[in-house]
Design a protein around this ligand. Structure first.
Ligand code: ZN
Length: 265
């Protein structure tokens, strides 16, 4: 099997990436992945691309087999992983069309399988800094060079969905200081961390969430996807640039996440 060190999960409206694509299917102990994995050439490098909702968007966020998707990426040799997604803004200064590189999350999901470690080797990883700081630094430089509007940090609150928030919930999230809202960042980010893969989120802001007074129109899926598709070219340009600038190894501690995380070590 062809080994690749860079992976991308495509989000809503993002189902294809790169050229000279070869398709691979990977069996995992956790069941099937959202689709085949498409290994493509990007800036002279081979990259594994997997649309997290499936090619035909058949998996809603609460039904994605996150563990299978992450496990398959690890099997392919992926060390650096990008999880772009659509997100709503909870703060007026974060505008539709802009990008946010999240550095923190709040988990409001329920019932999702969010660990590879159900015993007997009891494992508690640190999640103080869940997102890779080095990938964010590279992305920041690329976004500045390309003059793409972005926010270098942000806290995403991840709701279970598939419904959107009530106004009261949304207002509560805004007033709590959370920046953006999404349904798929959790548990993707923590599962990547459990496998010691560097993970970076790139959130593309599609609308203001419904609790932002004066700003928010009622959320509807069609207009969200329209905004996403209109700005998808920026996201792809950014990914091309990041991939071009990626060193083979990063000086971060993501690859040592399991150190000191176990009772019996
Ligand atoms: Zn890292």
């Amino acid at each position: 099997m062809e080994k690749v060190s860079t992976g991308i999960f495509g989000g809503s409206g993002f189902y294809k990436f790169g050229e000279n694509i070869s398709e691979v299917k990977i069996d995992t102990p956790y069941g099937i992945t959202s689709s085949s994995i498409f290994i493509a050439s990007v800036e002279g490098k081979r990259v594994a691309f997997l649309p997290r909702h499936g090619v035909d968007h058949i998996y809603p966020p609460h039904k994605i087999n996150y563990r299978a998707n992450l496990w398959a990426m690890k099997e392919l040799g992926v060390k650096q992983l990008f999880g772009p997604c659509a997100a709503g803004s909870l703060q007026t200064q974060i505008k539709p069309g802009e990008l946010v590189f999240c550095d923190q999350f709040i988990d409001r999901t329920n019932g999702r399988k969010d660990t590879f470690y159900d015993g007997p080797v009891t494992t508690h990883i640190s999640c103080a800094e869940p997102y890779c700081p080095e990938l964010r630094t590279i992305a920041r430089k690329s976004a500045e060079d390309l003059k793409i509007p972005f926010h270098k940090t942000g806290t995403v609150v991840v709701i279970n969905g598939p419904r959107f928030s009530s106004k009261a919930e949304s207002k509560w999230f805004s007033e709590s200081g959370f920046d953006i809202i999404n349904m798929s960042q959790y548990p993707e980010v923590v599962l990547a961390r459990e496998l010691e893969i560097c993970y970076m989120n790139i959130s593309l802001i599609t609308d203001y969430d419904c609790g932002l007074e004066h700003e928010a129109a009622p959320t509807d899926v069609k207009s969200i996807i329209e905004v996403f598709e209109r700005n998808l070219s920026n996201l792809k340009l950014l990914l091309f640039s990041i991939i071009k600038n990626l060193p083979p190894d990063l000086p971060c501690s993501c690859k040592e996440t399991l150190k000191a995380s176990r009772f019996n070590d």
